[in-house]
Design a protein around this ligand. Sequence first.
Ligand SMILES: CC(=O)[C@@H](O)[C@H](O)COP(=O)(O)O
Ligand SMILES: NCC(=O)COP(=O)(O)O
Length: 248
Amino acid sequence: MTDANRILLGVNIDHVATLRQARGTRYPDPVKAALDAEEAGADGITVHLREDRRHIQERDVRLLKEVLQTRMNFEMGVTEEMLAFAEEIRPAHVCLVPETRQELTTEGGLDVAGQEPRIAAAVQRLSQIGCEVSLFIDPEERQIEASKRVGAPAIELHTGRYADATTPVEAAKELARIRDGVACGLAHGLIVNAGHGLHYHNVEPVAAIAGINELNIGHALVAHALFVGFKQAVLEMKQLIVAAASRG
Ligand SMILES: CC(=O)[C@@H](O)[C@H](O)COP(=O)(O)O
Ligand SMILES: NCC(=O)COP(=O)(O)O
């Protein structure tokens, strides 16, 4: 396998915390899930500390910072509260995401092109403390170019529209947008990650796109883990994406 076929799996553990928060218990602990994921081959652990704290809590992030063997990818909205928290924690990676309180999940990418000075200031602040910053954006040329202009070294392409496609034609169109987005990001010298809504039945065509650095996957892993256990769920996903990338 050449470097171009290499692909990393970032395991998002938010929805382990969703289950815990549903009953206000101490279990299931997302920290345990993170350690199991690492043992099963996760290359990194992703957490999203939402403004409304519906799943991940500050306690989780602080503990993860202490115990992870791999690296944390900390997803956050672009707010003063989150910037200050990131400065305290200093995660290896920070992914800036759009956030609205009422949304069911992250419904679209960050509008970098529409707020360049604000995003550039956040990127600069986080870069200064050693975080590798990525921007969670839709696979659109103007957002990719804006990401480059604001100084982010990495982008994460939002794959939700591909995942939500209801016909093969629509899925193929959305996959082509992701493929073009990857090519555009690479042409601008960016590290290109992707994620959102990926699961065991739709992940392979995305993993097969040459040049993708990392896929961040959460909801499907947590759901599958109910039936096979967290380690096995991560292992199966990792095997699936590595095989697809090496075929691609
Ligand atoms: C930004 C992103 O895609 C992840 O954080 C994912 O959204 C996690 O799940 P929720 O959107 O349900 O919080
Ligand atoms: N950034 C996307 C992510 O971390 C995982 O999203 P999902 O697999 O939970 O939809």
